[in-house]
Design a binder for this molecule. Structure first.
Ligand code: AMP
Length: 400
């Protein structure tokens, strides 16, 4: 388990606490359309305040590439932030220099401030030492609550943690604990479900998982590539035929290491990729030459359910079929329902993440029953790939 300070381990009383958060929310016409990420930082802000600290929030928004772009100002999220926190938020027009210093100097206990987009400065993404030092000068403690930005070694995610006593916010803490329970030191057997479109984008993830889990369920478009690798015909399905050797190497390595690979045994095929398209369920290997595999069939789901029942831990990324279009969401929904039920019964620790996965599990109505759903996207995937996340590594360094 990563060793890091939490809010409880740090002396925050009377201190300005530079708090890195992820409030990179969708905005349309200057209004926040989904405040989920903003709501998730509330416990951290409140707990810092309860410990007597004054949270000064640092965050990026969109990709202004080192320049001030008015449409990418964090000012537009202030109303949603005020609503989530239930208090006014002081906004500073810059995250360093005069505007930042003046705003911070005027703050009192109980208040909270948001600094303008860190990415308005080139030094953010280059992790420039001078830029990081200018931000560090504003406060005396650093809390990182942005796990979703921890895969980037930027000034506000990594540089600052090297300059001030640093710790993890509540969301960061929850993410790291959940991820550790899933892959770091999990209860066994562990099952990984990996679906989605392509093998090529998830190669490192698959390679890392076969060394760590006992069962690997491969679904979605990427299963087609594995079927092709085994000489199974997949008609017009999405498949990366040039990845067949890679898929075979993954299967061999998994078998040698005691990781059981589960591939579809039956398939749902259609001739068109659209809602309500006529579809049929066939044994794997019987995909007509003019059809596409768009979902796994009920026998595959039943085999998955049986294997899952014997497992204690589940880690899931990627849908088992083209879940956006009915009826090709059936396997994803059924597998999600099974995991949700086992989790509710207390027999499974279930952790899932990745953009499409969160959408698929929400659509299945199962997300809330999972032990933990990571909304971290890229950072979650890099962590599943076994990579060190610079933002987390810097917190660990601060602990020692
Ligand atoms: P990813 O972003 O790699 O997790 O891929 C998610 C996408 O894979 C979703 O948009 C799904 O519709 C798509 N997908 C899953 N299974 C299939 C399939 N059998 N054929 C085509 N697309 C699929």
């Amino acid at each position: 388990m990563a060793q890091f300070n939490s809010i409880d381990d740090m002396d925050l009383d009377g201190k300005v606490v530079l708090t890195r958060v992820d409030v990179n929310v969708p905005v349309e016409n200057g209004r926040v359309t989904d405040a989920t990420r903003i709501e998730k930082i509330v416990p951290t802000v409140k707990d810092i305040q309860a410990a007597g600290g004054i949270p000064v929030l640092l965050a990026h928004f969109d990709r202004p590439k080192g320049k001030r772009v008015e449409g990418m100002s964090l000012k537009q999220i202030v109303p949603a932030l005020e609503e989530a926190l239930g208090q006014p938020v002081v906004f500073a027009e810059d995250c360093i220099g005069g505007p930042a210093k003046r705003a911070v100097a005027a703050l009192e206990k109980g208040q909270v401030a948001l600094m303008e987009n860190t990415r308005f400065h080139e030094g953010e993404e280059t992790n420039d030492a001078t830029f990081a030092a200018s931000m560090a000068a504003l406060g005396s403690v650093y809390i990182n609550d942005a796990f979703s930005a921890a895969h980037r070694a930027h000034a506000s995610t990594e540089g600052l943690a090297r300059l001030l006593p640093a710790g993890a916010g509540r969301l960061m803490e929850a993410e790291l604990k959940a991820l550790d329970a899933a892959l770091g030191d999990p209860q066994r057997p562990v099952m990984a479900v990996v679906g989605g479109a392509k093998v090529s984008t998830k190669l490192e993830l698959l390679t890392n998982l076969i060394e760590k889990v006992d069962h690997l369920v491969i679904g979605g478009g990427m299963a087609n590539t594995f079927l092709v690798a085994q000489g199974v015909e997949v008609g017009k399905s999405l498949a990366e035929r040039d990845m067949a050797d890679t898929a075979r190497a993954i299967i061999e390595k998994a078998e040698a290491g005691g990781c059981k690979i589960h591939l579809p045994v039956d398939i749902v095929v259609a001739r068109e990729f659209k809602a309500g398209a006529a579809s049929e369920t066939l044994p794997v290997g019987e995909c007509p030459a003019d059809a596409m595999i768009l979902d796994a069939g009920p026998e595959t789901v039943e085999a998955l359910r049986q294997a899952m029942t014997a497992c204690r831990t589940l880690i899931w990324n990627g849908p088992l079929g083209a879940f956006e279009i009915e009826p090709f969401d059936a396997a994803t929904n059924a597998a999600a329902a099974c995991a949700a039920e086992m989790t509710e019964q207390g027999s499974l620790i279930s952790v899932a993440g990745g953009g499409d996965t969160v959408a698929a599990l929400n659509k299945a109505g199962a997300a809330e029953k999972f032990t933990f759903i990571s909304t971290a996207g890229g950072a979650f995937l890099e962590w599943m790939e076994g990579k060190e996340l610079p933002g987390v590594a810097a917190l660990e360094a601060s602990k020692h």
